[in-house]
Design a protein around this ligand. Structure first.
Ligand code: SF4
Length: 346
């Protein structure tokens, strides 16, 4: 089994608002493997994006990591020799300190859903790509940084990069802007690329091109990708592993074939039933009854129990723990606690 690049252990992120405490992430355990794509799926409000932001220590107040570890094993993918001493706990780093700034962008990079809000309209494409390069590569001249920026823009298949480098983002199409974001993220060849719904705002043709491009660059740079999405079609296309989240917890984790062909958690099963099928005509779409509960009124016991069609009497009072069903298949559900093996914390 591959050693993980990132190990998230019992991570908890809370938001301390005037209305009360929002437990956005409530005890996540998750591994990200080097060179592989992990898709994180779940409805809005499941904590996917907050969890991703914590990997770069960019949770803003009133949010705060209150417990847990994010162990990042530096240098594994870049060809460096792994040693236990090479692990850094991102959760314990000062969010404004030098250590996290040396990781952000250079070793773990992120692309967001809407590139227009992430790219500055005040600076040219070139200035923004070169800024990342010059920030992390001390001593590189402006001319060298410009050549590197043109090269990476060419690699993300931007036509005539020598000209486009001096354009402002608002002059580009949505697909081109997203390519620029990918170029910025890849400019320092990170070990992990976090992509938070990067294709949601794009039309299907551009979406397919961007996904192909990301997978191609993943091969070239041998980087891990954490891809956050609610689109199960995209998951089927690109994932190696899948983590299904509900109300701040990972409820099921496995390889993509197992998740699609033999899901064990009632929430995963319900999500898959709700995918429209081309063959099914004039049949009402299966829906998951009810709504994701308000984060201020988290249900006791299993958080999914008010919506679960398989709930047991104990589900409203007992919090399920993680259970290993098979190697690489973990589920958080009382239905499996008798048959599986509890995952040890450590
Ligand atoms: Fe449903 Fe109970 Fe399993 Fe939760 S623990 S998913 S309520 S069966």
């Amino acid at each position: 089994m591959t050693d993980p690049l990132v190990e998230i252990k019992d991570l908890r992120i809370h938001f301390f608002t005037d209305e009360g405490v929002v437990r956005a992430v409530e005890g996540i355990d998750l591994n990200i493997k080097p060179g592989k794509t992990l898709c994180v799926v779940g409805e809005s409000g499941s904590g996917k994006s907050v969890m991703a932001l914590s990997l770069l220590q960019i949770i803003h107040k009133p949010g705060q990591i209150v417990d847990g570890q994010i162990l990042y094993h530096r240098g594994r993918v870049a060809g460096g020799q792994f040693s236990q001493n090479g692990a850094v706990d991102i959760a314990s780093l000062n969010r404004k300190g030098r250590d996290i700034r040396s990781i952000r962008g250079a070793e773990i990079a992120m692309i967001f859903q809407e590139p227009m809000t992430s790219l500055s309209p005040m600076y040219t494409v070139g200035n923004q790509v070169m800024e990342t390069i010059r920030l992390h590569e001390k001593g590189i001249s402006k001319k060298e940084a410009r050549e590197r920026a043109i090269d990476i823009l060419r690699r993300v298949r931007i036509p005539k990069p020598e000209r486009l480098i001096d354009e402002y983002p608002f002059r580009l199409s949505g697909g081109m802007r997203q390519r620029v974001m990918i170029a910025m993220a890849l400019s320092c060849t990170p070990s992990l690329l976090i992509a938070d719904e990067p294709t949601t705002a794009l039309d299907v043709t551009t979406q397919a091109q961007i996904l192909d491009l990301m997978l191609e660059l993943q091969q070239e740079f041998n980087m891990a990708i954490m891809f956050i999405t609610h689109d199960l079609g995209v998951v089927a296309e690109i994932a190696d592993d899948v983590a299904v989240m509900y109300l701040g917890n990972v409820v099921e984790y496995s390889d993509v074939d197992t998740i699609f062909n033999a899901p064990e958690h009632p929430y995963t099963q319900a999500l898959l039933r709700s995918i429209p099928k081309i063959s099914a005509t004039r049949q009402p779409l299966d829906m998951i009854e009810g709504m994701v509960p308000s984060p201020f009124r988290r249900p006791g016991g299993c958080p999914f129990h008010p919506r679960c069609t398989q709930a047991l009497a104990s589900c409203s009072t007992v919090v399920p723990s993680l259970t290993t069903l098979h190697e690489n298949h973990i589920v958080r559900c009382l239905l499996h606690e008798e048959t599986g093996e509890e995952v040890p914390r450590g």
